[in-house]
Design a protein around this ligand. Structure first.
Ligand SMILES: Nc1ncnc2c1ncn2[C@@H]1O[C@H](COP(=O)(O)OP(=O)(O)OP(=O)(O)O)[C@@H](O)[C@H]1O
Length: 456
């Protein structure tokens, strides 16, 4: 069964409540974590409170509004919420969500494509002109124009939107085309499952699925870095499809040449076709994107509010859209007028950090500590157990690679360590990243870099 977008984004929705309402871990684990989306019908989301009637009562009082707001902000649409207990549900409880691969085979309806991610809704600006043109060319002539098409750019800048647009376009022209959109993470997990099952049938099913496609779109390819058997399998998939003149579209957060520890044979293949980038949108494009969204959602919003968002939310289109969703959600729920004062109030948390996100060792320490469930003082202190030493070395490495701060000053911030200690720490992480089992450390570094600087 296909998951509803609310189910897909459920953990984001809960995490937004955690952040915006400053919910402690204890409360989060007690009240929010146990909530599960049972179904979404019309504009009603049925949520199962798995931990009993007292919890249901309390959540009704305390978390109903935050849930509504968070859903509206994330999805861009208002929903009513119905809380139920497991025993209230007659049908089989808890259908396991199929984190379905996005199989678009015969028909667009069944395909797990976002219906809104089409060329029609994509605003073309200076930041994405080339990527848009290349995507359209590929959609019009799959396997002929540029193969592979490699689209790269920072978080939330429209790579997935363009990939879905290609898929929609191809399917519209030829509904029986075999189009498959997956994230590289999904590809990896499916491969691992096939290998784990350990028999030839599952492996050959996997291969048949991926090699018998007209257009394969694989998102966020950077996540296969360091995963040897995934790279190996993807290499063969790539060759089979490319050899048969089938279209491959790949997205990544960086160009192939900057994808360290990507196998050379894959890197060179990624460079066979066309490489295009998407950068951050300029002011005019941001305005146009907001206007487009206003039009699609049927909103009517004052220029000054739109201008305020476009001026202040610069680096990430997801955040740009999220800001508008958030204002609309608040205005709806509080039945208030949409004006600049409301926008400033609602966006205060988004806009200030966006303006002053300067990367400092202190910020890095804070993010790394939070990631590893430690206190910043653990990292700057003297304890030497493994639980702390590794994160501390990660801090050293990230300070070195993400700031201009000298080794001496990194040492100072890290509790007065001398520069050779910092150098040793950096060497340690670099050795891991260059070693045979680099993937787990690389993954941690990638995640932390995104947390420290989401706009990169
Ligand atoms: N040019 C554009 N016109 C209209 N909407 C856009 C445009 N670019 C991005 N968006 C919207 O911004 C949001 C984020 O885009 P998308 O998910 O495609 O980003 P991404 O580059 O794939 O991000 P990530 O790196 O997180 O995977 C989407 O809702 C998308 O529709």
């Amino acid at each position: 069964m296909k998951m509803h977008i609310i189910q897909e984004k459920w953990s984001d929705i809960l995490n937004m409540i955690k952040i915006e309402h400053d919910v402690s871990d204890v409360s989060f684990n007690a009240w929010l974590e146990p909530l599960e989306v049972y179904k979404v019908e019309g504009n009603v989301v049925t949520i199962i409170v798995t931990n009993g009637s007292m919890a249901l009562d309390y959540i009704n009082k305390k978390y109903l509004l935050p849930l509504k707001v968070s859903i509206a902000e994330t999805i861009g649409q208002d929903f009513e919420i119905s809380l139920v207990l497991p025993e209230d549900i007659k049908e089989e409880f808890k259908e396991p969500p199929t984190a379905a691969p996005v199989s678009l085979n015969e028909n667009i309806e069944k395909a797990n494509l976002n219906p809104r991610y089409t060329f029609d809704t994509f605003v073309v600006g200076n930041n994405n002109k080339m990527a848009h043109a290349a995507s359209l060319a590929v959609a019009e002539s799959p396997g002929e124009a540029y193969n592979p098409l490699f689209i790269y750019g920072g978080v939330g800048l429209g790579k997935t939107h363009l990939m879905h647009s290609i898929a929609h376009f191809v399917l519209q022209k030829n509904p029986s085309a075999k189009v498959l959109y997956v994230t590289s993470e999904y590809f990896t997990n499916e491969l691992i499952d096939s290998i784990r099952n350990g028999n030839n049938t599952t492996m050959s099913k996997f291969r048949e699925k991926y090699r018998n496609i007209d257009v394969l779109l694989i998102d966020d390819i950077q996540f296969i870095i360091g995963k040897e058997s995934t790279q190996e399998e993807f290499f063969h998939t790539f060759n089979a499809l490319h050899g048969a003149k089938k279209q491959i579209v790949i997205s990544s957060d960086k160009p192939p040449k900057d994808m360290e520890i990507l196998e050379d044979r894959l890197r060179s293949r990624f460079e066979w076709g066309l490489i295009v980038d998407i950068s951050s949108p300029d002011y005019e494009t941001r305005m146009a994107i907001l206007r487009k969204k206003e039009e699609l959602d049927g909103y009517k919003i004052d220029d000054e509010v739109i201008e305020y968002i476009a001026k202040n939310v610069k680096s990430n289109i997801r955040e740009l859209e999220g800001s508008l969703n958030k204002i609309m959600a608040y205005a709806n729920l509080e039945k208030s007028e949409i004006n600049l004062a409301l926008a400033e109030k609602v966006l205060k948390d988004i806009i200030s950090p966006n303006q002053k996100r300067i990367i400092t060792p202190e910020l890095i320490i804070e993010v790394v500590a939070e990631h590893f469930d430690l206190q910043p003082s653990d990292l700057t202190g003297n304890k030497r157990n493994a639980k702390i030493v590794f994160p501390r070395q990660i801090v050293m490495y990230l300070c070195r690679s993400m700031t201009e701060v000298t080794l001496k000053n990194i040492g100072k911030v890290l509790g007065g360590r001398d520069h050779t200690t910092i150098m040793n720490g950096i060497d340690k992480i670099e050795a891991e990243l260059n070693g045979s089992n680099a993937a787990p450390t690389q993954e941690i570094i990638d995640i932390l870099k995104k947390k420290i600087n989401p706009s990169k």
